[in-house]
Every structure is written in structure tokens, then in C-alpha cells.
Design a protein around this ligand. Structure first.
Ligand code: GLC
Length: 728
């Protein structure tokens, strides 16, 4: 008997001193989640469903008040600081002062770099180099982790076709496939091979869904999203990124045809959870739950919280609605514990996946070793160089010839170091940025003299600087005019009724044109611009977007010819604001030669896919491996491309498909693959598109069902087409 009692005692002793299963890092995550859920009280579960914020408090020494107010068991914090010491102090409160020691998830907007700021997203897409984007995101993830951030609210993959909407700067343009490819590349950069890797952070796909259709380009407004366009255009990037393992999503502000995105059970639960089996969680956008009252679907905050949560939003960002109302909603049996447990499990799954239970604290590394590492700055420079688009180059104005000895550098962007890093660069420092002027100084040192004049401000009516600018231009051999937008003119809550630059900037170019000098127009902006009046005045135009801290050298390299530009537009430049929306994958008009504008041309200035090089790439006729292809078969189409110039360059082959006759009308063409290669002078290379009909030739109907129909298809590359016939 004594032995038996002893065994019982040892067993009980083991149990009481052994750590609880959820703390056992060797146990399967799902077991740890289940164990923890069973231990949590209702109050502790509700706290996990909330994201709190201190606001922009960045001083570790004065967070006493906020720290005291912070509930120890809060699920997440929007972390505006970049200080690992502060983060660890906050985290220690959660680990030590909460009953179960559940770590806080620290989130922040790391959109295009943390401290090493690289080009804005629309620029990244113009590089057609997703692997370079992945590398930049990986570097950003490391800087984020070392700054105390576990989770970024990125990538934004909202297809956008209305450049009046300032957030076109934050996504990857007008095409679903492009947004999918660059969204996946970004997720891979942030999350690495595993969320638990030392320098991985959780990604957050946003803004789910249809936000790019904000009516009139007015941010936060109603979006008329048809069921067909929801499935054909706006969902594909999200499906691709969910399949790539994105840990979280963010619900959008916009009203999706009468059902706001943050209260939309169809998108948040039926599609995302039931069809796509997403096992992470959805966080509402900033106060988006509370905003359901303004949108007219909730009479008060409590009803807003009920609608958002039961639609499928697991975490409430900042407005504290879940925290204030859920205990009562549970008591009223409007929310079940099963729903709460599922939501908390999803959040815990991301926390366990990140390894936060096992390593809740950030390593303390000095700022010098944390930021602006040479490899990350180089990556930013490489991406900047590959994202700048040569839009026009009349008579080979560029590159600037060696005979040029006097270069005028004029305009409000010329010495700018603030706007050049773009919006959502919260932890970026303007002092880290290289201005266009500084880049030109490095590039042309010993080769040419720079003559500078600001000319005018970004906006206003003050022409007082024109005379100096004209004088500087007159004594120079070529004039580089640097214009653009302030960083606040694009991004969130930055809608503009016109995409033309302020008249003062256009007047400056008109005045400089009168000097008779060659005009090289350099544009730094966050959206496509109306260039109707500026294009004729310019001999060359380079769109540098907002290239981040390393844009100066990249642009100077392009202007000198050291770098051969290789970017192509991922979003169409309308001729005027009045042409919006104009995008490459529109459907055909019933009368293609009628219904055109009476007052202006109907063609945009530059189509999606436009971008010049200093090299010339000649496309042969594409060739298909078969003319008749079975639906379940495969076919490859190849094209030979020759660099017929004297200079090496990178060329991106953009592969489009079209189905001229189908059971529904389809876009005139759709991008389904792209490939970028470097070709030496005179070199010929073969680009090949391996077509899987079910993936590349099918379309989605208004219910999300895919259809693949027999019939003729055209495969287009380099403005040349080959026809194939799909047979049953
Ligand atoms: C903002 C933006 C969203 C951002 C979030 C947190 O309102 O819409 O993109 O991630 O709030 O800052």
C-alpha cells in the first residue's frame, strides 16, 4: 500500500510542479492552445480580442500613466515606439502581472521599410522583381523585430484603378495578378520560412476587401462592388496570399455594396474561413468597428461590436468596443463561448506561431547595429533603381552625354529629403535620405557642374523663383526639372479631385521651356499624374515615385546611363483626370470605335506595362507547343527576344491571355505571367510561359466558381499574339 501511496504522491507532485501544457514548447501548438483556452476566464478571453494603443508615445521614461492603464492581459498593442527596452517593459507586465502570462502581440505599420525606407509599394510593382521585394521585406522584418514589432499591417493588396484615391500609392496597381504576386512576395519576406524564425514578423493582408473602389476616389466611402468584380478582381490577391500562409488580415473601412467590409459575414467567414480555410485572425482597421454606426448598420457601439464579431472580425483595433461590451453580449447569449473560444484560438495560434510564449522579449541591440545596415541600404538602392520608369526619351535625350558640362537641377523635389521617402514611413528619418541633387553631385562629380534653383514650391502662386531658375537653365546644357507631390498628398485620407500637379509646377516647366534647352522631367509622386500639359514640354520623363532613402543615387545612375532603366508601369497614367477609370484589362465596348470622348483623346497617356529602356528589345513571333490543347492538358508558349542595342539591359516579358468569345464577357486581356531577364548587348533569350489552362485560362463567375471553356484563346507578349484552341 505504501508503495502505491508513494507513487500517487510522486504523480501529484509532478503534476503540481510540472509546467502547464501551454507553456511546454515541445507540445504541439494546437494542444497548447486547447490547454490555455481551458484555463482562461471569460474576462481573459475578451481581453485577447482587443488591440490597444498608447498613441504616439515614444519615450521609455514617461509611460508611467499609460503603463498603469494598460490591461496586463491585453491581446495586442499598436506599438508606436521603436525601442526594444520599452517593449520589454510592457511585455514584462503582461508576463508577470497577468494570471496566465499570455504575451502581448506588438503590431505596427511597416509598409515599405522600418528605418531603412525603400520605395513605396506602387513603385515596387513597377520593378517586376518580386524576389528583390522579398529581400527588402526580409530586411524590414529584421529591423522591426529588433525594434519590438512582431506583426506588420502589410501588404496592402487592394486593386486600385482610381488615382484620385491616395492609397493607390500603398498597393501594387490596377491588376489582380500583379497584386497577388507582389503580395505573396511581401508575405514571404515578412514571414520567412517560418513565423517562428528569429526575424520573422506576421503579415496582415489589407484592406479586406474592395477598398480600392472607394467611390470617386474619396477615401472611406461606399464601394459598389459587383459579385462578379469581387471574385474576378478584388479577391484573387487575397486568396493567393492566404494560400501563401499570411497569418492575419485587416477588415476594410469601405461599405461593400451595402454591407460594410467590417460586418460582412460573406467575405469574412463564408469566403475567408469556410472556403479558404484561413486559420489565423482578422483585425478591424482603426476604429472600423465603431464606424459601423456611421455607416448605418449599427445603432450603437454595442451593436457594432456584435455585428463585426459575428461577421468574422476577431480583434478590435483601438476603439475598445469588444472589451466594453462582450461580457454583456455573452450574458445576453448573443455571442456564444464557442465563438469566443474560436476567436481567441486564432489569435493564440499566431502568438504561438511567432514563438512569443517561448521568447516574449526582444534582444537589445544598439541602433547602429539595428538599422541602416549596408546590405539593407543596398537592397533599397537596387529596388529604387529597378522601380523608376523611363516614360519618355525623345531623340535619346537620356542618358546625359559626356559632352554635357553644365547641368541645371531645378524644382521643389530637387533637394527634397522628406517627401522622397513617401507616406507610411513613420520610423524613417529624412536625414537618412539622399536627395536627387545629392545623387547627381556624386554621379557627375568631376564630369559636369550642377547649377541649382528651386524655382517654386510644391503649391501656391509664388513665381518669384522663376527668374533665377530661368537664369540657371539658360547657362546650362540640359535642364533637369524635379517636380512631384508632398508625401501627405497620397496615402491614407489623401483623396484629390485632380491628379494634375499644381499649376505653379506646370508654369515653371513652361517658363524653362522658353530657354530652348532640353527638359528632363523627373517626377516623385504617389499616384499616376495628369501629364497632358507637361508631356509636350518634356524631352524625357522619368517617374521615380517615392523611392525611399536611396533614390538619389539610383536616379542619378539612370540619368548618367550607369543604370539602364528596366521598370514598367503597374498602373495606367490617364491623359487627364476625366479619363478615370481607365485600366488595361477593361472589357470591350459594344461599339469600339464610338462612345469616345468628344473633347480629348480616349487613349490614356501611358498604359499599364509601359516603360522604356536605353536598350532595344525585339520580340519574335511567339510560338505555342501545341495549337489544340486539352482542358486538363498543358501548353507552353515561347518567344525569342533579342537585345538589338549596344547596351545591356533587363527586359520584362508580360504575358497576357484573352478569350474573345465566352459565356460571359471577359476583359480584353489579362496578365497571367511575367518574367524579367538581363540581356547583354546583342544577346537573344527565350522567355517561356508554361500555361496550365485550369489556372491561366479559366475565369471566375459571380459565385466564385471557376469556369474553363473550350474555344479560341490568344496568348500575347511583346504586342504579338498566338492563337490556341482549347478542346474538351
Ligand atoms: C489606418 C489604416 C491602416 C493601418 C491602420 C493602423 O487607419 O487604414 O492601413 O494599418 O490604421 O495604423
Amino acid at each position: 500500500m505504501k508503495v502505491f501511496s508513494l507513487l500517487i504522491f510522486i504523480g501529484l507532485a509532478h503534476l503540481s510542479f510540472a509546467q502547464p501544457l501551454y507553456k511546454d514548447k515541445k507540445a504541439p501548438v494546437e494542444s497548447r492552445i486547447k490547454d490555455l483556452i481551458q484555463r482562461m476566464t471569460v474576462e481573459e478571453k475578451i481581453l485577447q480580442l482587443n488591440q490597444y494603443t498608447f498613441g504616439e508615445n515614444r519615450n521609455v521614461n514617461n509611460i508611467g500613466k499609460e503603463m498603469n492603464e494598460l490591461p496586463a492581459g491585453i491581446g495586442s498593442l499598436i506599438y508606436f515606439s521603436a525601442d526594444p527596452v520599452m517593449r520589454n517593459r510592457i511585455q514584462k507586465k503582461a508576463m508577470d502581472s497577468s494570471r496566465l502570462g499570455i504575451p502581448i502581440l506588438f503590431g505596427f505599420d511597416v509598409i515599405h521599410g522600418f528605418r531603412t525606407v525603400y520605395p513605396i509599394s506602387i513603385a515596387q510593382a513597377c520593378s517586376w522583381n518580386p524576389s528583390l521585394v522579398t529581400q527588402n521585406c526580409r530586411a524590414a522584418a529584421k529591423e522591426s523585430v529588433l525594434s519590438g514589432v512582431d506583426w506588420t499591417f502589410s501588404p496592402m493588396i487592394d486593386v486600385a484603378r482610381d488615382p484620385r484615391w491616395g492609397r493607390v500609392s500603398e498597393g501594387y496597381g490596377e491588376d489582380p495578378y500583379t497584386n497577388a504576386i507582389f503580395g505573396v512576395a511581401t508575405v514571404k519576406g515578412y514571414q520567412g520560412a517560418s513565423l517562428s524564425d528569429s526575424f520573422s514578423i506576421a503579415a496582415c493582408l489589407k484592406h479586406y476587401v474592395g477598398y480600392g473602389l472607394s467611390e470617386g476616389g474619396r477615401d472611406y466611402h461606399y464601394s459598389d462592388v459587383s459579385a462578379q468584380s469581387l471574385w474576378e478582381t478584388y479577391l484573387p490577391p487575397y486568396e493567393a496570399c492566404v494560400k501563401a500562409g499570411a497569418a492575419t488580415l485587416m477588415s476594410a473601412f469601405n461599405d461593400i455594396s451595402g454591407v460594410p467590409a467590417t460586418a460582412n459575414h460573406y467575405t469574412l467567414t463564408e469566403i475567408l474561413k469556410q472556403r479558404w480555410k484561413h486559420d489565423g485572425f482578422v483585425v478591424a482597421d482603426w476604429n472600423a468597428v465603431d464606424q459601423l454606426v456611421a455607416q448605418g448598420v449599427a445603432k450603437d457601439r454595442k451593436e457594432a461590436g456584435l455585428k463585426a464579431f459575428t461577421a468574422g472580425v476577431e480583434m478590435d483595433m483601438r476603439d475598445n468596443i469588444y472589451r466594453e461590451n462582450f461580457k454583456q453580449l455573452i450574458q445576453e447569449q448573443k455571442i456564444t463561448m464557442a465563438q469566443i473560444n474560436d476567436a481567441v484560438s486564432r489569435i493564440l495560434r499566431v502568438k504561438f506561431g511567432l514563438g512569443l510564449f517561448d521568447q516574449p522579449y526582444t534582444a537589445i541591440v544598439s541602433e547602429k547595429d539595428r538599422y541602416l545596415q549596408p546590405y539593407s541600404v543596398q537592397l533599397a538602392a537596387d529596388l529604387a533603381a529597378e522601380s523608376m520608369v523611363l516614360l519618355k526619351n525623345k531623340n535619346n535625350t537620356l542618358p546625359i552625354g559626356i559632352g554635357v558640362k553644365q547641368v541645371a537641377v531645378i524644382g521643389p523635389m530637387a533637394k527634397d529629403k522628406t517627401n522622397i521617402i513617401g507616406s507610411w514611413s513613420f520610423n524613417g528619418h529624412s536625414a537618412d535620405a539622399q536627395s536627387i541633387y545629392e545623387g547627381l553631385e556624386h554621379e557627375f562629380q568631376g564630369k559636369a557642374s550642377l547649377n541649382y534653383a528651386k524655382g517654386c514650391a510644391f503649391d501656391g502662386q509664388d513665381e518669384a523663383g522663376f527668374d533665377e531658375a530661368i537664369a540657371v537653365a539658360s547657362k546650362s546644357d540640359v535642364v533637369i526639372v524635379c517636380l512631384g507631390e508632398e508625401k501627405t498628398w497620397s496615402g491614407e485620407n489623401a483623396s484629390r479631385s485632380t491628379i494634375a500637379l499644381p499649376a505653379i509646377q506646370e508654369k515653371l516647366v513652361a517658363a524653362l521651356k522658353k530657354t530652348g534647352k532640353q527638359i528632363v522631367l523627373v517626377l516623385s509622386n504617389g499616384r499616376p499624374l495628369e501629364l497632358l500639359r507637361l508631356e509636350p514640354l518634356s524631352d524625357a520623363i522619368v517617374e521615380i515615385w517615392q523611392p525611399g532613402i536611396a533614390g538619389g543615387d539610383a536616379l542619378a545612375g539612370i540619368l548618367s546611363g550607369r543604370i539602364n532603366p528596366s521598370a514598367k508601369l503597374a498602373i495606367t497614367f490617364p491623359l487627364t483626370t476625366g479619363q478615370i477609370p481607365t485600366y488595361y484589362d477593361m472589357r470591350q465596348s459594344a461599339r469600339p470605335k464610338e462612345g469616345l470622348y468628344q473633347d480629348i483623346a480616349t487613349e490614356p497617356l501611358y498604359w499599364f506595362g509601359h516603360g522604356l529602356s536605353y536598350a532595344n528589345f525585339s520580340y519574335a513571333q511567339p510560338v505555342a507547343s501545341a495549337i489544340k490543347v486539352k482542358k486538363q492538358g498543358k501548353v507552353s508558349v515561347s518567344v525569342s527576344v533579342k537585345n538589338t542595342s549596344e547596351v545591356e539591359g533587363k527586359e520584362t516579358a508580360l504575358w497576357y491571355i484573352s478569350q474573345p468569345v465566352a459565356s460571359i464577357s471577359r476583359p480584353m486581356k489579362e496578365l497571367k505571367f511575367f518574367e524579367k531577364k538581363n540581356l547583354k548587348a546583342g544577346e537573344e533569350a527565350t522567355f517561356t510561359f508554361e500555361i496550365v489552362p485550369t489556372r491561366d485560362l479559366s475565369f471566375t463567375d459571380a459565385n466564385g466558381n471557376r469556369h474553363l471553356e473550350a474555344g479560341d484563346y490568344f496568348i500575347e507578349v511583346g504586342k504579338k499574339k498566338v492563337k490556341i484552341e482549347l478542346v474538351d
